[in-house]
Design a protein around this ligand. Sequence first.
Ligand SMILES: N[C@@H](CCC(=O)N[C@@H](CS)C(=O)NCC(=O)O)C(=O)O
Length: 130
Amino acid sequence: MKTFIRFFFKTVRVVLGPVVVLKETLTRPRGVVRIQAAQDKVNRQCKSLTLYQYKTCPFCSKVRQEMSRLSLNIQRIDAQPAGPDRQALLQGGGQAKVPCLKITDKAGKSEWLYDSDKIIAYLRGRFVAA
Ligand SMILES: N[C@@H](CCC(=O)N[C@@H](CS)C(=O)NCC(=O)O)C(=O)O
């Protein structure tokens, strides 16, 4: 069953991937404009965040659009190819699933947040009024 679901999503990504990328490019929101000091503060906060994603994943696209809307400069890591980044996602978060937001606190402890809706809710809760 798990293999079937992975195959299904892989097929959807291959077929619909270019559409997802094109739609994202054409509909990318303008992004909030903050005064420089506020944007600098947000940029510093974003340094503790990393988005594990695939370029052609529609759920990742949804999160990236929200990042654009909120003007968040969050590092994006392509976790699709087998390799150290995908391995880091699997080891840290427990699943090779995207999107996943890695949130690192001041003590260096990381939380791995899965699910596009939860990630978007987290970003809005933290940055909408920033
Ligand atoms: N409900 C989840 C769905 C996420 C999802 O299914 N992601 C797919 C990529 S489109 C995935 O990571 N599949 C596992 C894989 O490709 O190995 C969300 O909204 O984030």
